[in-house]
Design a protein around this ligand. Structure first.
Ligand SMILES: [Zn+2]
Length: 392
């Protein structure tokens, strides 16, 4: 909807609100004949002069607060917040709270909106105090899930992972939605990562395990637990975790393979590594798997490695695979052929380097790095390696 369209709708909504307030039976006895307030005409004048903000201010002034117009005031406040006019949103919501005639339920609704206003304005302390107060006085009320969700949003924004875990755990007891379960598991992973940096391996490992208790499909927790085990030189246990991660989500195979290779090298277990690569490439081929196998075959039989690569490229064509094929050809070529292949290789290499490796499945954001929380849409666990011709 265009801005002008939005204001026209608001204008009509406010007029309806005013008319409803006018027809309210409670008011009829006191005021049998009510005229349109002058603020309303002032607002109309502003609207006609394209002064939209002033128009809304005047309309808000013209509209008295009662049970019929409460929702309109609340909607207007939210509209201002969404437009980025936070102070106006706060004024409207605080004005509503000051009215003695609003019910307890309406008061809770306004407080929730006010908390969102404070968060949008960056007044996190005020939002936190208001929400914590509401949470302690509204237990088992219909508003509790919303209050807890906003508190989790707040602690997530502050990166206060211990508090986010505490409130997030309460929230999933109330409403165990898939989104909140996934988010809580990632909070445990964030906490674990902080502990890992301080080399506190045991509590870090525990948080990865807690993440898996909350969300058994959390591939990040399995990869993180493997990293901790690797740091503790428990390579065989790390291999188990990484294999589990590959079963949880095969799309992350390109992230798992380098870690798995490192662990297998430490325990001299290349046969187990090759078996893993072959099995997974059979189930779901990917460039990382194919390249790892080619690298292994090259050590013993170069011709077979090349034949295998050509065969795999037919079944699963990718730019990265094509680059590998040129690289193999380059090693055997001479003279002009070699020069031409070098130009081709450099061109393909630039193309591969320019392509993003990861993409958000929710909003389409893409980048060279893996973000467990999408920097664009802020959802957790939605950024994954890109597959297809230009990716894996
Ligand atoms: Zn996203």
């Amino acid at each position: 909807m265009t801005e002008i369209g939005l204001f026209v709708v608001l204008f009509v909504a406010l007029f309806v609100g005013w008319a409803m307030g006018r027809k309210s039976p409670a008011k009829k006895n006191k005021q049998t004949k009510k005229s349109i307030p002058t603020d309303y005409f002032r607002g109309l004048n502003h609207l006609l002069n394209d002064q939209h903000s002033e128009a809304i201010d005047a309309f808000v002034d013209s509209l008295e607060v009662n049970s019929d117009t409460f929702d309109i005031h609340l909607t207007l406040g939210n509209l201002f917040r969404k437009k980025g006019e936070i102070q106006k949103a706060i004024n409207i919501h605080q004005n509503l709270l000051a009215r003695p005639e609003i019910s307890q339920r309406e008061m809770r609704m306004v407080q929730l909106e006010l908390a969102s206003d404070f968060m949008s304005a960056g007044l996190l302390d005020r939002a936190g105090r208001l929400l914590l107060n509401m949470a302690s006085t509204s237990r088992k009320s219909e508003f509790q899930p919303k209050i807890l969700t906003l508190l989790v949003d707040l602690y997530e924004f502050e990166q206060s992972w211990d508090k986010a875990i505490q409130i997030g755990s309460e929230l999933i007891k109330e409403t165990p939605t898939k989104k909140e379960i996934k988010r809580l598991a990632h909070f445990h992973c964030e906490m674990a990562q902080e502990l890992q940096k301080k080399e506190q391996w045991k509590p870090a490992f525990q948080h990865y395990k807690l993440a898996l208790d909350v969300d058994a499909s959390c591939v990040r927790a399995s990869i993180g637990a493997a990293d901790v085990l690797n740091s503790q030189r428990r390579y065989r246990d790390a291999i188990k975790e990484l294999k589990h991660a590959a079963d949880q989500d095969p799309e992350f195979i390109s992230v798992i393979i380098p870690k798995l290779k490192e662990c297998y090298q430490k325990v001299w277990g290349s046969s187990g590594y090759i078996k893993f690569l072959q099995e997974h490439n059979h189930k779901k081929p990917s460039t990382t798997l194919i390249m790892a196998l080619v690298q292994h075959y090259m050590e013993t039989d170069k011709d077979y490695a090349e034949m295998f690569l050509v065969e795999q490229l037919r079944l699963h064509p990718t730019i990265k695979g094509f680059k590998e094929l040129i690289s193999l050809q380059l090693a055997d070529s001479q003279g002009y052929n070699q020069q031409h292949l070098v130009v081709l290789f450099e061109l393909i290499d630039q193309l591969v380097q320019a392509k993003h490796k990861f993409q958000c499945r929710q909003c389409g954001f893409s980048g060279h790095q893996l973000h467990w929380q999408c920097p664009s849409c802020k959802n957790w666990g939605v950024v994954k390696p890109i597959h297809g011709l230009e990716g894996e």
